[in-house]
Write a protein of this length. Structure first.
Length: 413
């Protein structure tokens, strides 16, 4: 009996249902149950479980949560949101601003970063402009996923492909194959959202008002942190573009950006207490469960046993989208990338792997870490949530349409 696979299925169903009788579970609680289950049943050794927790990801998220919490608490994030969205005259404009603004920004600031910073922004917009919070949260989730496709630093799996995929100049290659379909897909997302939430796109002008700065000292530190973050990411882009192999991880960027707040803010204790610890627990638990599943060899053997051409674009998209739901997109790329290289795959196949593994995040909630960050942040800050079925209702057709767009474009270019 393959216990880790059974536990994974139970976790998947648990996140889909999230309520048994009168007891309602949060996503992090379901994932924590899965991790505890495989440890208790000795499907993974305790030392292996601890090693499985990716400290780079945990520290990156911690740093970004600190910056995001400081931006929000100081009022500076609301101040920035006003400057960005004050030109939006209708609900249509707001959705388009989120799609293209957050989407394009996620290609350079990484999708998880925009998920952390963007969630309080869209919740504020929903409250102030009397717009549907679910619509804006879904828009944000889809925007940061689709937008991150076109850059080698847009998400962790793209970075893995850029570094290990034998790609000459990753920025040029990614933009060559993925920029146009990304722009088309963001526009397609707008029309799909409008199809499912037509009644939420209310008519009438929006009334914008600037939010006051709540804590001037913290606002200054938050601004410094944000400038540090952007500057360091530009340095990272330059290093990748010039093919200079320096171990300058995104983790370092996030932690350096958080330093002004952690070192100089009188509110540091309060900020640390109020960051989204539940999401950090979710990720730690997910790493443990996925490592247990990985050790079974179930999915590796399944792919190896398939009597198909693993380098065909259709197969790359299909395998990426399906398996990313079960083992997450980064482990999927870690599994599939060596197989593609061994089979002689070229840059076109690498672009397809980047697109497929990332767009998988739009199918179901568990397909992308950014989805979990957005939903748990929204639940914590405003009691708003998106159920598994609400997400899938829009996510399934969106994934089909966008994958077709990328598949056709990559095939013909």
């Amino acid at each position: 009996m393959n216990i880790p696979i059974i536990v994974l299925i139970i976790v998947f169903l648990g996140i889909a249902i999230r309520q048994i009788g009168k007891i309602k579970f949060q996503i992090w609680q379901v994932m924590l149950f899965g991790a505890i289950a495989v440890i208790i049943t000795k499907q993974i050794a305790l030392l292996d479980a601890l090693k499985a927790i990716n400290l780079d990801v945990m520290l990156f998220l911690f740093g970004m949560f600190v910056v995001g919490q400081a931006l929000e608490k100081s009022g500076y994030l609301s101040h920035l949101a006003y400057k960005v969205f004050k030109r939006a005259k209708s609900a249509d404009h707001v959705v388009l601003f989120i799609l293209f603004g957050m989407g394009i920004a996620s290609a350079f600031l990484m999708n998880d970063t925009l998920a952390i910073i963007g969630t309080p922004v869209v919740l504020l917009l929903a409250r102030k402009q009397d717009l549907d919070a679910k619509l804006l949260l879904l828009t944000l989730a889809f925007a940061v996923t689709i937008g991150s496709v076109m850059s080698p630093i847009g998400n962790p799996q793209n970075l893995l492909i850029a570094i290990n995929g034998n790609i000459g100049n990753p920025f040029i290659i990614f933009f060559q194959y993925l920029f146009v379909p990304t722009m088309v897909s963001l526009l397609a997302c707008f029309f799909i959202l409008k199809l499912f939430y037509k009644e939420k796109f209310r008519n009438g002008d929006l009334n914008h008002s600037q939010e006051p700065i709540l804590n001037h000292q913290l606002a200054v530190l938050s601004k410094i942190s944000l400038m540090l973050l952007i500057a360091l990411i530009l340095v990272k882009i330059g290093l990748v573009f010039l093919e200079i192999r320096i171990d300058f991880r995104l983790t370092y960027i996030a932690l350096i950006a958080a330093l002004p707040i952690l070192l100089f803010s009188s509110k540091r204790k309060e900020i640390i207490q109020n960051i989204d610890w539940h999401t950090l627990i979710f990720f730690a638990a997910m790493f443990v469960l996925m490592e247990s599943v990985w050790q079974t060899g179930f999915f590796q053997n399944t792919i190896a046993a398939l009597d198909v051409n693993i380098t065909s674009l259709l197969m790359i998209f299909s395998v990426s989208i399906v398996l990313s739901q079960f083992i997450s997109n980064v482990p999927l790329v870690a599994l599939y990338l060596p197989m593609l290289l061994q089979a002689g795959a070229a840059t076109k196949e690498m672009a397809a792997l980047a697109a497929g593994s990332t767009l998988a995040g739009n199918l179901f909630i568990l397909g992308a870490a950014s989805n979990v960050i957005i939903i748990q942040n929204a639940e914590k800050k405003a009691g708003e949530t998106i159920t598994f079925w609400e997400f899938a209702k829009v996510g399934i057709p969106l994934t089909v349409v966008t994958c077709l767009i990328y598949w056709i474009y990559i095939s013909v270019i």
